[in-house]
Design a protein around this ligand. Structure first.
Ligand SMILES: Nc1ncnc2c1ncn2[C@@H]1O[C@H](COP(=O)(O)OP(=O)(O)OP(=O)(O)O)[C@@H](O)[C@H]1O
Length: 253
């Protein structure tokens, strides 16, 4: 049975120095579903997402209260190594950012860093990851060409292949379609719906149609607080909070 609280955000608050960006967030994110974080600019969507793999630790002067547990284990347990955590939690960013390397070397980058260089294994990972990212057929004859020769949408799918090469449990996506045209966007959205069979996905989006097209659950944040969270259809068709209603009907952005 998939776990309902695969990511368990428990009374979580977060501060950049004096500035509090998140207030007492409680949220259970289910396994192998797509959960969308929506809300106006500056409401804390990226901050919450980036705490799920402790990326915010890299910023000076940050601190948190409360906890986030992955599959029952605290991210902040002193025994957790951040490097192994990042293997469990892959991330894809707004601006696709392949390395200045071949398509093949982009996909296997993290394996090479970990000293895994067996050609047979790498070949398998490349085929599996590119297939999962719906890119294999388009690139299988030019795996050793530069990643920069791909279109924007293809480069983003390559970044997804790179993020899943290590078979993480969770895939975090921070506005993955923001830099893409509508056709490339639809392709990534259908890919997201496929990928949830294998991964638990959390996606930040400004695009409400995108949230309705590809997420199972939606969380609406406003000024650092979680205002409403539930099945996507309910949030969009029957929002309970006035702020959610105002946001989804476009009364503020
Ligand atoms: N590195 C930082 N240092 C200080 N404050 C920050 C930092 N990053 C974000 N903030 C502040 O934290 C709050 C939440 O920002 P965050 O980027 O999480 O919001 P967001 O909802 O993702 O916004 P957007 O949709 O514009 O990307 C904002 O007030 C922002 O100014």
């Amino acid at each position: 049975m998939p776990r309902e609280d695969f990511i368990d955000v428990d009374s979580f608050s977060f501060f950049y120095g004096e500035k509090q960006a998140l207030y007492d967030i409680d949220m259970d994110i289910p396994e192998r579903q797509v959960t969308a974080l929506i809300g106006p600019s500056g409401c804390g969507k990226s901050t919450l997402l980036r705490n799920m793999n402790r990326m915010n630790d890299l910023i000076d002067g940050v601190r948190h209260q409360g906890d986030i547990r992955l599959n029952g284990h605290s991210l902040y347990d002193p025994k957790v190594e951040v490097i192994s955590l990042r293997k469990r939690v892959g991330m894809v960013f707004q601006k696709y950012n392949p390395f200045a390397k071949s398509i093949y070397e982009n996909v296997v980058f993290s394996l090479r860093v970990a000293g895994r260089n067996r050609k047979k294994e790498l070949d398998e990972v490349v085929e599996r990851s590119l297939t999962s990212a719906a890119l294999w057929d388009e690139v299988k004859d030019r795996l050793h060409d530069s990643a920069f020769g791909l279109s924007g949408g293809q480069q983003q799918r390559l970044c997804i292949a790179r993020a899943i090469a290590n078979q993480p449990e969770i895939l975090l996506m921070d506005e993955p379609c923001a830099a893409l045209d509508p056709t490339a966007t639809l392709k990534i959205e259908s890919l997201i719906r496929e990928l949830k069979q294998q991964f638990t996905i959390v996606i930040v989006t400004h695009n409400m149609e995108q949230a309705t097209r590809c997420s199972d659950r939606t969380a609406f944040l406003y000024m650092g607080r979680l205002i409403e969270y539930g099945p996507t259809l309910e949030i969009f068709e029957n929002p309970k909070a006035d702020e959610t209603e105002a946001y989804i009907s476009g009364r503020f952005s």
